[in-house]
Design a protein around this ligand. Structure first.
Ligand SMILES: *[C@@H]1O[C@H](CO)[C@@H](O)[C@H](O)[C@H]1NC(C)=O
Ligand SMILES: *[C@@H]1O[C@H](CO)[C@@H](O)[C@H](O)[C@H]1NC(C)=O
Ligand SMILES: *[C@@H]1O[C@H](CO)[C@@H](O)[C@H](O)[C@H]1NC(C)=O
Ligand SMILES: *[C@@H]1O[C@H](CO)[C@@H](O)[C@H](O)[C@H]1NC(C)=O
Ligand SMILES: *[C@@H]1O[C@H](CO)[C@@H](O)[C@H](O)[C@H]1NC(C)=O
Ligand SMILES: *[C@@H]1O[C@H](CO)[C@@H](O)[C@H](O)[C@H]1NC(C)=O
Ligand SMILES: [Zn+2]
Length: 297
């Protein structure tokens, strides 16, 4: 099976320019640190971290640290599983592993958010991104960048209100429900993510985006960090929540693999061109030798 896959990759790489192995790549961390400063929606339970053991053991022969932590699922940089807003949706432990990795895309609407902190990213924003960058790939993890990560973990700045314990006073940007629907219906995306506390904008009364994505088995990522360090496309994202039984979501480590030479993680690279040359040379030799055989018989 590995042989077959390698063979397909070797053929696909030069023929279709679909190469996913650049010479070198860097790993970017898109998560905020989880701690007792992490932000969560008001009304939930508290995060706590407790030291159980921290010291030299057995007459100073070795050092030992053990802690425990108690955490709400929806805190800090976290994932919303489809079960969060859809009663038949996947719980965290049921999400197939191949849905936790995908090509990443960043749609930057920071300029619009500066003028309107309740901005909702529209299908027109996605269309203008596609005019420059091409269509969003199937299974993509689509990030909306508002620039909100620099406010985190300041509670009044992140929820953008002087009464951050009253959710009716929240003002931060999010996805427009039409955009979530458009991405699901027209692009068959895998996940959406945002640098604010919710995929729905602050004033949302009924979390329509949450309902739409949950029902479509699309995961949501909230309080994502560091989106400004990413190119608009051409990188791979891995989303790793703890495989929590029956979870409706949970804190996640989100990592982006970005090629160092600026080429996409899934586009032709120099190795691809080299193989294309050899494939061409081999094909030519094959044709010529066949002709020769026909000629001499
Ligand atoms: C948060 O954790 C730090 C470091 O352990 C501690 O000093 C601080 O008191 C904690 N704050 C709260 C509100 O628990
Ligand atoms: C969480 O901690 C705050 C401040 O320490 C406290 O006032 C509140 O009662 C706690 N909430 C819960 C649900 O334990
Ligand atoms: C602990 O280590 C010290 C120094 O190596 C040694 O003198 C002492 O006997 C040890 N005590 C025990 C209970 O093993
Ligand atoms: C949060 O930001 C506000 C407004 O800039 C500031 O007044 C406040 O001191 C900050 N809070 C913390 C905990 O840094
Ligand atoms: C929360 O804010 C809303 C809108 O400003 C207000 O109508 C409501 O009374 C506030 N709730 C509380 C408990 O303060
Ligand atoms: C959920 O999706 C199904 C199709 O998968 C559709 O029939 C149904 O109307 C949707 N429900 C909601 C609330 O969007
Ligand atoms: Zn959530």
């Amino acid at each position: 099976m590995l042989g077959l896959r390698l063979c397909v990759a070797l053929i696909a790489c030069p023929l279709f320019g679909y190469c996913c192995l650049p010479d070198s790549f860097q790993v970017l961390d898109l998560s905020h640190t989880l701690s007792n400063e992490s932000l969560r929606w008001p009304g939930g339970s508290n995060f706590s971290f407790t030291i159980l053991t921290r010291g030299w053991q057995n007459n100073n022969s070795f050092w030992l640290e053990l802690n425990k932590f108690d955490t709400p699922e929806h805190i800090g940089t976290h994932m919303d599983a489809p079960a969060h807003f859809y009663n038949k949706g996947w719980k965290v432990h049921e999400i197939p592993a191949d849905r936790l990795v995908g090509p990443g895309v960043v749609i930057d609407v920071k300029d619009k958010v500066v003028k309107d902190s309740d901005y909702r990213m529209t299908p027109a924003d996605v269309e203008s991104w596609e005019k420059v960058n091409g269509p969003i790939p199937k299974g993509a993890i689509v990030f909306m960048r508002s620039g909100w990560d620099t406010r985190y973990p300041n509670k009044t700045l992140t929820f953008n209100t002087n009464t951050p314990d009253n959710e009716s006073t929240f003002h931060f940007p999010g996805f427009h429900p039409d955009t979530a629907r458009w991405l699901i219906v027209n692009r068959n995306i895998g996940m959406i993510g945002i640098d604010t506390p919710s995929t729905d904008y602050g004033p949302s009364p009924n979390f329509e985006v949450h309902q739409i994505i949950s029902n479509a088995s699309v995961m949501g990522l909230e309080n994502v960090n560091n989106l400004g360090a990413l190119p608009p496309k051409g990188f791979i994202v891995t989303v790793a929540p703890v495989k929590l039984f029956d979870g409706s979501g949970g804190p996640v480590r989100i990592l982006a693999l970005v090629s160092k030479d600026g080429s996409g993680m899934c586009t032709a690279n120099s190795a691809g061109h080299l193989m294309l040359f050899w494939a061409f040379a081999f094909g030519l030799w094959h044709v010529l030798s066949s002709l020769w055989k026909i000629c001499i018989t």
